[in-house]
Design a binder for this molecule. Structure first.
Ligand code: SF4
Length: 625
């Protein structure tokens, strides 16, 4: 059945639809009140079609549906199926276990406060969420310094015959051994709750009343303790910043979008106080804003974080009422979901949006926004496609000996060590960087057909010469559609003006002059790949050098026979010392002549490009480019 017929025959009830490609792979999952109408919108000339047709629709060959009794059931099923299939075009929030909440076991006779990742409906009170463990640990530390609650676990608590050290240092009232009444401990619990609820004035009033009562009862020691506690609480509360006049808990959502890259931001406001925020980044998501927001919300709350009284959104979503109903059910109390148009709540959403934009920009600046980075590379290097997979080659040798080549592979910004390769170069025994590069590239790309995934970009460490070698190899193998560039260090006048790292030059095919990318994330990414290729080549080269041995290596030096070799060994003892010696110092070793000394020095210090090393390992000059 063709796709059109499939759509005509779709049911009209609520449910979930799965779009599959030719091979049956799930590309996209969505939920709908009316399955047939919803799926049809993807094939219309407006609405979702605008966004999805270009990326998704050409690949869709099959639409599968699951009918549900209600739209809410569809919402739950959609989440489950997204987690199971992880479709490429859906927003998939990875299991995020970084949320922390404080659990106060108020159902116990002597409650304790603990740090938890999951909020359960178990009779305890939960406070948070806190986006970082540092934030929640700081809150716990403050609470323990202000309120002497028990900290031991339940088993320990039940089996104590004597209070622990916490009692001695006045950090616990000793409920394990009956040293405090449930009523007195209950007062403490009440104070902690007021503190965590942000009911600052009520807490201070309560403490003041207790202080007065203690002094009226002539318990001056207790009155002094409460006085100090009031001072500490006031100091701590001063640091908390109120952002909302409402006493309710709110989660405030906003996003910043550039192309297919998204940054979602959530501000957690508890009793009007901003207790934390959290950012989520997604790339390669081509959904309309409303659908992306709605999908994000469903994924986020499916993880069961603490659910507030109110959820503020940057724009209305289609299934707002359904979403509010679902959240109310999960929370066990009414939850309001809406997009404010004006006033304080609108300002909060705007604050979240600014935070999202800032977080997005920070990632761009740090080169972490892969989608933008790849787009930048595509544009700057004039590539036909986004360079998802990049392979980079480097050659390392010592004056033509022990030559090795390395290939490193990066997939979507990350190294893919399973695709790294070493090549022991057989070509010339004299230092010919081009011939060595030719051999390595030919051996690699002659096998390309058998590889499952072809690279989108080939990078050679070097300038025009190395790039021309790469282009010749690709031409010979009929791989002209594979893009190649050369990345070379620049030691010219430009490099002296700006830092060496930003002066690296990029050579493009059929372009006379190299291009400079300045301080861009794209250049940093290419440099990172090049440095990794270099590291990988050097490691192998050193390994071979170690195996071959010092003495055998000296055999490679022209004009240095047995007697001179022995003299050098006797004088220096090891390779490193010999490498570090100047030509003058080498000339002092008898019976070496001045010419011999220069030959030995040149052997250990060939122009850079012949050894492949460009760091402290060698100190040779770069002749590439
Ligand atoms: S004194 Fe008792 S109740 Fe308090 S922390 Fe120690 S063991 Fe637990």
């Amino acid at each position: 059945m063709n796709l059109e017929d499939q759509i005509q025959n779709l049911p009209t009830g609520p449910g979930v639809y799965l779009m599959r490609d030719q091979a049956g792979k799930v590309l996209y999952i969505g939920k709908a009140k009316n399955l047939r109408n919803r799926v049809r919108t993807y094939f219309g000339k407006s609405g979702d079609a605008r966004f999805l047709l270009q990326f998704l629709m050409p690949k869709v060959r099959q639409v599968e549906t699951f009918l549900t009794d209600t739209e809410k059931e569809a919402l739950i099923l959609e989440n489950t199926l997204i987690k199971k299939h992880k479709p490429r075009h859906n927003i998939d929030l990875k299991d995020d276990k970084t949320y922390f909440s404080l659990r106060f076991s108020i159902q116990d006779k002597f409650p304790k406060l603990t740090l938890v990742r999951r909020v359960k409906r178990d009779g305890a009170r939960y406070f948070g969420p806190y986006a970082s463990s540092a934030a929640v640990k700081e809150t716990l530390r403050i609470l323990r310094s202000l309120f002497p609650l028990r900290t031991c676990n339940d088993a320990n608590f039940r089996n104590r015959s004597r209070p622990c050290l916490n009692f001695q240092i006045k950090k616990c009232l000793g409920p394990c051994c009956g040293l405090v009444s449930p009523e007195k401990y209950g007062q403490l619990v009440q104070e902690v709750i007021l503190f965590l609820e942000g009911k600052n004035s009520q807490l201070i009033e309560l403490l003041q009343e207790r202080m007065t009562a203690a002094s009226e009862n002539l318990d001056f020691e207790e009155a002094a303790r409460i006085r100090d506690q009031i001072g500490s609480v006031e100091q701590t509360l001063e640091k908390q910043k109120a952002v909302s006049p409402t006493p309710n808990d709110q989660d405030v959502f906003a996003f910043h979008r550039q192309g297919d890259a998204w940054e979602f931001q959530i501000l957690f406001c508890r009793r009007g106080i901003l207790v934390g925020n959290k950012s989520f980044h997604f790339s390669r998501i081509n959904l309309p804003e409303e659908e992306a927001l709605s999908a994000f919300l469903r994924q986020y709350y499916a993880e069961e974080p603490s659910i507030p009284h109110e959820v503020l959104l940057p724009l209305p979503v289609e299934d707002e009422a359904l979403f509010a109903e679902w959240l109310s059910e999960k929370r066990g109390g009414k939850v309001e979901v809406h997009a404010p148009r004006r006033g304080e709540k609108k300002s909060l959403v705007e604050m979240a949006r600014k935070n999202a934009e800032h977080a997005f920009q920070k990632k761009v600046d740090e080169g972490e926004n892969l989608s933008l980075l790849l787009q930048e590379l595509k544009q700057k290097l004039r590539l036909r496609t986004l360079p998802h997979r990049i392979e980079c080659f480097d050659i390392s040798n010592l004056f033509g000996t022990l030559a090795v080549g390395s290939k490193v592979s990066f997939r979507d910004g990350k190294p893919d060590p399973s695709q790294y390769r070493h090549y022991r170069v057989h070509a010339p025994s004299f230092p010919d960087d081009y011939a060595m590069m030719y051999e390595v590239l030919k051996r690699r790309y002659a096998k390309l057909e058998t590889d499952q995934e072809k690279p989108d970009l080939l990078v050679v460490d070097g300038g025009k010469g190395q790039l021309n070698v790469a282009l010749a190899v690709l031409d010979e193998l009929g791989l002209r559609d594979l893009s190649a560039v050369g990345l070379a260090k620049d030691k010219g006048p430009v490099a002296k003006k700006i830092t060496e790292r930003t002066a690296d030059k990029i050579y493009l095919p059929n372009v006379k002059d190299p291009i400079l990318l300045g301080r861009s994330g794209a250049l940093r990414y290419l440099q990172r790949i090049r440095d990794e290729a270099h590291r990988f080549a050097i490691t192998y080269h050193k390994k071979l050098r170690g195996k071959r041995g010092f003495q055998t290596l000296l055999d490679e030096i022209p004009g240095i026979g047995g007697v001179k070799k022995k003299a050098l060994l006797r004088e220096f003892g090891n390779l490193q010392k010999m490498q570090e010696a100047s030509a003058e110092r080498l000339g002092q070793v008898k019976p070496l002549t001045r010419k011999d000394a220069q030959t030995v020095f040149a052997f250990f210090h060939p122009p850079h490009g012949n050894c492949g090393m460009r760091n402290a390992d060698c100190g040779m000059k770069d002749t590439k480019a």
